[in-house]
Design a protein around this ligand. Sequence first.
Ligand SMILES: Cc1cc2nc3c(=O)[nH]c(=O)nc-3n(C[C@H](O)[C@H](O)[C@H](O)COP(=O)(O)O)c2cc1C
Length: 197
Amino acid sequence: MEITLAQALSRRRTVRAFAEQAIPQRTLKQLIWAAQGTTGENGERTAPSAHALYPLRLFVLASRVSGLDSGLYAVEPAGLDLKITGRADLRPDLCKAAIGNPEWIADAACIIVICGDMATPAQAFAEQRPYGARGERYVYLEAGAVAQNIQLQAVAEELGSVLVGGFSDEATADVLGLAAPLVPLALMCVGYADVEI
Ligand SMILES: Cc1cc2nc3c(=O)[nH]c(=O)nc-3n(C[C@H](O)[C@H](O)[C@H](O)COP(=O)(O)O)c2cc1C
């Protein structure tokens, strides 16, 4: 069933209880497209980016995605292809790295991890006030736009989601094998809702 943007906005709610049902791989691809899909001839994307630097990187922790092995995947920025980086079940350690050990991290069908390259924008906007902070601020703004895109696309796909931003940066980066300048910014936990939305 197609819904309008206004309907998606009205129905967007944080969901923290997920059903066992797997999500189709096609649906995961659609969420990733909503996050960072290329939509313009000059590489423009679904979400805006300051100076079109595109400093965000996505990873997917797949647990119940039909047709996709469980594991951690890096999303290739150009074609949005998924490249497996490990098959270990990282959910327990990711839960521990988050504030309050939230069980929705373990229960989600998949988690789209929004990460930012904090160095490139910091350098590019070094001459703009507040010196040293402007580039970083832009990365956070961009991550917010991407998070909203994912949540709205999730609604359109009849899925629920929660943006988890409360976690130890260091412990989360460690679990996911991220190295500087990449920093984890948001964990978008997605799945079929186990509650009335
Ligand atoms: C920046 C940010 C960080 C958040 N971090 C968490 C989090 O760590 N854990 C969580 O359960 N929800 C988190 N949320 C979800 C909020 O709690 C939720 O959006 C809020 O309660 C409003 O509910 P709604 O999204 O249904 O409108 C976060 C939301 C935002 C925007």
